[in-house]
Design a protein around this ligand. Structure first.
Ligand SMILES: [Mg+2]
Length: 323
C-alpha cells in the first residue's frame, strides 16, 4: 500500500523521508523529527474482551502516547510536543474521554517525556473510537539513528521486555476470567495495556554510537527483518539470549496451554528498542546483546533475519493488514 501511496505524495523533500520510525524535517536553526500513529477501536484495541476485561479510556490514552513516544525514542530523540485527534461515536461516555486525556498525560509524565507539551488537536464524530497522535522530537546529538546503519560484526541488542504485550493480549483474549487472574497474570496484562518504552535509552544509545535503531512495535523477528532489509545485512538472533524472556512468560503459557516462544519472537507492542552497536562498544545501561549482524553469504541477495542459524520466513510478527 505504501509503495502505491508514496510516489503520489509530492511536496518539499524532507531531510529524512518515510522508512524509519519518524521523519526528519529541516527547521531554521536545525531539524526535528515527527511521527504519527492511529489506534482504532476493534482493530488496534478493544473496549470489551472475551476474558471479561474492560479497557479504560486511560489505557487507550496511555497506549497512544506510548507508541508515539517510542517512535521518537527510536530515532535517538526526545519528544517535544504532541497533538491529538479524536474521533468518537455519539455513545462514548464523557468520563471515558476524560480518562483518555488523563491516560495520555500520565504516560507522557510517568515515562519521563518531561519536555513534551500536549499542544492541541481536533475532535470529530464517527462510528467507532479512533485516536491519532502526532509527536515531534528533538535530536540531542543532531543526528538521527536510522534502521539502515547496521554493519557486519555489529552487536544486536535489545532494551525492554519481549513478548509481554503479546502474552497479555492472549490473556485478554482468553476465556480465563479476568476476575480469576493471578497477580503475575494481571501484571502481564498491565504490560499490554500500558507499555513502557524506555524513553531515555534512545538518546543514550545515540550518544553511545548505535549504528542502527528502531522500536519493537511488531515483534523481534519482523522488526529485525526490517532492519536487515534497510541495512543490507543479516540480523542473527540467538535463542540463548532470550531464555529469561521465555522463562518470564512460562507461567502464562502454561496457564493457557501454549508455547511462549512465538510471543517473544513475534509479539508486537512491547515498544522496547532494537539497536546495533559496533562490536567493541560498551552497551549503554538497559541494553542486552541478543545476536550479531552478519554480511550476506556469497550468492545471498536478500538480507534476512536468522534465529539460531535458521532464516525466518516473511510472515513473521504482526502485520496491520493481515487477518
Ligand atoms: Mg515504530
Amino acid at each position: 500500500m505504501l509503495a502505491r501511496i508514496l510516489p503520489r505524495l509530492r511536496g518539499a523533500a524532507p531531510l529524512l523521508g518515510p522508512g524509519d520510525d519518524a521523519a526528519m524535517i529541516a527547521a531554521p536553526g536545525g531539524a526535528f523529527v515527527i511521527t504519527v500513529d492511529t489506534l482504532v477501536e476493534n482493530q488496534d484495541f478493544r473496549l470489551h474482551w472475551p476474558s471479561g476485561f474492560e479497557s479504560s479510556g486511560f489505557d487507550v490514552g496511555w497506549k497512544s502516547a506510548a507508541q508515539n513516544l517510542s517512535d521518537i525514542n527510536a530515532m535517538g530523540a526526545y519528544a517535544t510536543a504532541a497533538v491529538i485527534s479524536l474521533t468518537l461515536p455519539h455513545s462514548t461516555p464523557v468520563r471515558w474521554v476524560e480518562e483518555l486525556a488523563e491516560g495520555f498525560s500520565a504516560a507522557v509524565r510517568e515515562l519521563g517525556a518531561l519536555d513534551c507539551s500536549i499542544a492541541g488537536g481536533d475532535l470529530g464524530r464517527g462510528s467507532e473510537v479512533s485516536i491519532t497522535a502526532a509527536v515531534t522530537g528533538a535530536l540531542p546529538t543532531g543526528k538521527p539513528i536510522l534502521r539502515s546503519g547496521a554493519k557486519p560484526s555489529d552487536i544486536v541488542a535489545v532494551n525492554g521486555v519481549l513478548g509481554v504485550a503479546a502474552a497479555g493480549l492472549a490473556l485478554l483474549d482468553s476465556t480465563l476470567p479476568a476476575a480469576d487472574w493471578t497477580e503475575a497474570e494481571a501484571g502481564i496484562v498491565q504490560g499490554q495495556r500500558r507499555p513502557k518504552p524506555p524513553l531515555h535509552a534512545g538518546p543514550e544509545a545515540a550518544r553511545a554510537g548505535a549504528t542502527a535503531m528502531m522500536d519493537l512495535s511488531d515483534g523481534l523477528l519482523k522488526d529485525g527483518q526490517r532492519m536487515a532489509t534497510a541495512s543490507g545485512a543479516n540480523v542473527c538472533i540467538e535463542r540463548g539470549a532470550l531464555l529469561n524472556d521465555i522463562e518470564r512468560l512460562e507461567p502464562i503459557s502454561n496457564a493457557l496451554g501454549c508455547d511462549p516462544l512465538p510471543w517473544v519472537l513475534a509479539g508486537g507492542e512491547d515498544h522496547g528498542l532494537l539497536a546495533t552497536f559496533p562490536a567493541e562498544a560498551d552497551l549503554p545501561p538497559g541494553f542486552r546483546p541478543v545476536g550479531v549482524v552478519q554480511a550476506l553469504e556469497p550468492g545471498e541477495s536478500n538480507p534476512k533475519v536468522y534465529f539460531d542459524g535458521l532464516a525466518q520466513g516473511a510472515s513473521i510478527g504482526y502485520d496491520h493488514f493481515e487477518g
